[in-house]
Design a protein around this ligand. Structure first.
Ligand code: ZN
Length: 499
């Protein structure tokens, strides 16, 4: 099982070419790569039996034959299958507009980096926009744009992903280019120097110039004593400065292979057509035989509360954050994570109705802002976090005591059934609206499949959320509120505020 970090997550990503979307990230898990692959295979086989009549297929590409597993249909509009080189494919049909999103997700993020090379996953993400044998540096994105599309990429702890959004008839061209850079990347020392300066500048802008982000790095490093979630996705500056061509190529060579990748195609497409295209462009790429299992160091038992005071003159308003290790969604076992989603809503969801909002912002003016955060999506252990910005004249100690009292009262009292119903209905509405966003759906699958879950887990999640009971929430809360697994951070401008 795993948990996630809810608080201040760091996310990174985006190419400098068209920086737009940064993907927030959430997560960590303990599932090994081997387990993930087995789970996917097991599920597909299981369903295949029920779907008798849908056969595996093979395609001939030049002198190669590419076999594809029998497609498995999930729900109304999702189809999944695997190529014989190990690449998993998910097709999400949405025929409302003649548009398609292609995403390729690698099961390789910053938490998969070698020790001493923090930031290399994100560095490589930038470098993927350099050239290949067929494409000059920058030509990838220029071609997407010339075809009326947009593209980008993002990196997180558990994955690196690339995507293009184009007219549906341009999908073959996108696959041709994306499959090309999976194996044919050409990098020069000049690319390394240039792009290393870009990522260092990115760190300056996102982190060094942002006291909240610097504080977050300190919290995360204290929260995780062994897992690589304690290392920032963008990397520690002193290690980023040393990233070399060899480092980037080593990470690329090992991790960028079809057996470590998931192709998601969402939009106005037919699964059969995607299958043929995927076989043609990706199926001919040989798998990486030395792909290591995704074995990550796990947390030891955490046996002492940690406290941090981060002082930075640029902090405009002091605040406090408490984060705890928290279980994340695991395959076939998403109940605790679902209960923690409710817990976050109950404690800090709405400032009008949540426990923290009512007690600290309305009944008293102890705080001007409160929140609770939990991200259930993570390969390894996540976090659950509470934060409070004290009101005028309220010290951080007073605010922290008030926050602790809210939690203690919550644990001592029954949960209001009306509050459970309200959240349940919100979740239902949220899941229905989410169906409207095809790229968002693609991201859900990509994140889940790189974080140890299966397509079936993704499909089951809304129902798991609906079935959460007040008892489940209480049990999850009792497990998560363990001070020995917590970090309490105060963020202040000067010593005066640290009281
Ligand atoms: Zn970047």
């Amino acid at each position: 099982m795993t948990r996630m970090l809810a608080v201040p997550f760091l996310i990174l990503g985006l190419t400098p070419l068209q920086a737009q979307t940064t993907q927030a990230q959430s997560t960590q898990a303990q599932t090994t790569q081997a387990q993930t692959t087995q789970a996917l295979a097991a599920t597909a086989e299981g369903t295949q039996v029920a779907d008798a009549g849908v056969a595996a297929r093979s395609f001939t590409e030049g002198d190669k034959t590419v076999s594809v597993t029998a497609p498995v249909r999930i729900g109304d509009d999702v189809t999944t299958f695997s190529l014989d080189n190990g690449m998993d494919v998910v097709v999400i049909e949405d025929h409302r507009a003649p548009v398609v999103v292609q995403m390729v997700w690698y099961r390789a993020g910053s938490a998969d980096e070698l020790v001493g090379q923090s930031g290399v996953a994100h560095f490589l993400e930038h470098l993927l926009f350099k050239g290949t044998d067929k494409l000059a540096p920058g030509e990838f994105s220029a071609t997407v744009a010339a075809n009326g599309g947009s593209d980008n990429a993002f990196t997180s702890y558990d994955y690196t992903a690339y995507f293009q959004r184009v007219a549906a008839d341009r999908l073959p061209l996108m696959m041709e280019m994306e499959s090309d850079r999976m194996t044919n990347l050409k990098l020069s020392e000049g690319d390394i120097v240039t792009e290393r300066n870009v990522i260092l500048e990115e760190r300056n802008q996102r982190t060094e110039n942002n006291p909240g982000a610097l504080a977050r790095e300190q919290f995360m490093a204290a929260q995780y004593q062994n897992l690589r979630y304690g290392v920032p996705v963008i990397g520690w500056k002193h290690e980023m400065e040393e990233l070399s061509l060899e480092d980037a190529l080593a990470f690329y060579g090992l991790n960028y292979s079809p057996n470590n990748a998931i192709l998601i195609v969402a939009g106005d497409v037919q699964p059969d057509d995607v299958m043929a295209l995927a076989a043609k462009y990706y199926g001919v790429i040989p798998p990486e035989p030395d792909l290591p299992p995704r074995l990550r160091p796990q947390e030891p038992p955490q046996t002492a509360p940690r406290r941090i005071t981060y002082t930075d003159a640029r902090v405009s308003q002091p605040y406090l954050v408490r984060s705890y290790l928290a279980t994340e969604r695991n395959t076939g076992d998403q109940k605790t994570a679902a209960a923690l989603v409710y817990l976050a809503e109950l404690l800090g969801g709405s400032s009008f109705t949540s426990e923290l909002g009512r007690a600290l912002q309305f009944d008293t003016q102890t705080a001007v802002y409160t929140s609770a955060g939990y991200d259930p999506s993570s390969l390894d252990t996540s976090t659950f976090a509470l934060s409070v910005v004290p009101g005028t004249g309220v010290s951080l100690s007073e605010a922290e005591a008030a926050m602790d009292k809210v939690v203690a009262d919550f644990m001592a009292n029954d949960i209001d059934p009306a509050a459970m119903d309200r959240i349940r209905n919100q979740m239902k509405a949220r899941e229905i609206y989410a169906l409207d966003d095809v790229q968002g759906r693609a991201q859900r699958y990509g994140a889940a499949l790189t974080q140890g879950l299966t397509v079936q887990d993704v499909e089951a999640w809304p129902q798991v959320l609906q079935e959460v009971t007040a008892e489940d929430v209480k049990a999850a809360a009792a497990e998560v509120f363990d001070l020995n697994q917590s970090v309490t951070g105060w963020v202040v401008a000067d010593k005066e505020q640290a009281r």
